[in-house]
Every structure is written in structure tokens, then in C-alpha cells.
Write a protein that binds this ligand. Sequence first.
Ligand SMILES: Cc1cc2nc3c(=O)[nH]c(=O)nc-3n(C[C@H](O)[C@H](O)[C@H](O)COP(=O)(O)O)c2cc1C
Length: 220
Amino acid sequence: MDAPLSDAAHWAATLIASRRTVLPKRLTGPEPAAVEKALILQAASAAPDHDRLQPWRWIEVPEERRADLGEAFAAALRLRDPRASACAEAQAREKALRAPWLLLTVLRCAHAGEDVPDTERLLSAGAAIQNMLLQATALGLASSITSGKALNSRPLRSLFDLKDQEQALCFINIGRCTEPRPMRVRPDVASFYSVLGDGALASSQHLLDHKRPPDTALRV
Ligand SMILES: Cc1cc2nc3c(=O)[nH]c(=O)nc-3n(C[C@H](O)[C@H](O)[C@H](O)COP(=O)(O)O)c2cc1C
């Protein structure tokens, strides 16, 4: 018989199962308090990081720079589509205003000859982002990741002063949401897990029989 799960195991599973994407248009203010922002950023620094390269950083876009970001989105759209309508440009500008707390994730890619390749740096950044989203969820905040075609456009790279080695990965949007959408149905473990060797299904069945532990979710 399996040993009972500890409180910490239940707590972690509940937290992980409670995170969901809340897109910027559904986020409301106020932005997180300073102590909440600090916890979320500290969560990033706990990510696995091969050779401790710290190949990631985040740039906050404060209220007073949202209009500049909106202009950069509009300029990026014009570069992609010189015939973009005024309405499409206005929509692009508006995207900069949605998230109460808005952070750009920046990845530092490998120079020629550097040992840790971009794939590992990217994995580290993904782990850091997930830490941040989970910490936000634990604080009762709603969050999402967004990307888009403008991310590495000239206007955005110039606004954020990205170095040649750097790539804009995604925005992190954090705020509040009083009426979250239903939780996405998560894929079955059987669809992404197997055991190397013959009879993979049989030998993994004992794991697949376990149901997800949490049937409760944190309120975000
Ligand atoms: C790197 C990355 C970029 C994303 N960019 C967008 C985006 O631009 N727009 C969007 O609606 N969702 C975006 N998403 C969010 C996914 O659509 C979302 O995670 C997915 O729908 C699953 O929902 P869940 O997070 O609630 O499980 C992005 C997710 C990742 C990992």
C-alpha cells in the first residue's frame, strides 16, 4: 500500500492544479503589492540554471511607459503590414495597457564557444516563469504568458534596449480576476508518459491508475 501523501505534497499539487491562464483582457487591477512582486521575482531565481548563468531577466513596463510600448506595438504592426488600418493600429496600442503588472522576459542566448546551449537556457527560463506563475497563483493573483509577432521586432528590441545576444521570449501579465474561466481539461498522463522497454503500458499502469490528488482549487 502507498504511504499517505504529506500535507506539502497535497499543497503543491493543489497549487499546481490551480494555475490557469487568465489573458490580459480579463485582468483587472490593482497591480500586485511590492511585497508580492518581490516574492514573484524571487521565485524566478529558484529556477534550475545550468552553470548558474542566469540567462534570463525581466523588464517591468510601468504605467508611464505603456504608451511607448503601445507605439512600439503599432510600429511593429506597420513594419509587418504597411497597409494596416488605423483600427488595427489602435488595437495594437491598446494591448500595452491591459495587464496591471507587465513584465518582458528576456533570454540571453549563447555566444559562439559558450558551453550551455540555447535549449538549456530556454528550459531554465521556462522553469523560472512557471515558478513566477505558481507564486502569483499562491498569492491569489491571476496571470498569463503572451507572445506575438511583435516580440522581436525592431521597435520592441529598441524600446527595451535588447543586446544582440538577447531575445524577447514573452510577456508575463499579472493582475486580478474575479470571474475566472473554467479550468482547462488537462491531458491524461498516459498521453505523455511511458516506461522504456517492453510492456511499457503494463509497467506504468500502477502510476496511471492514480487519480489527480486535488479536487479543490485555490481561488484566483
Ligand atoms: C510561450 C507561451 C506563449 C504564449 N502566448 C500566448 C499568446 O500570445 N496568446 C494567448 O492567448 N495565449 C498564449 N499562451 C498561453 C497558452 O495559450 C495557455 O497556456 C494555454 O491555453 C493553456 O492554458 P492554461 O495555461 O490555463 O493551462 C502562451 C503560452 C506559452 C507557454
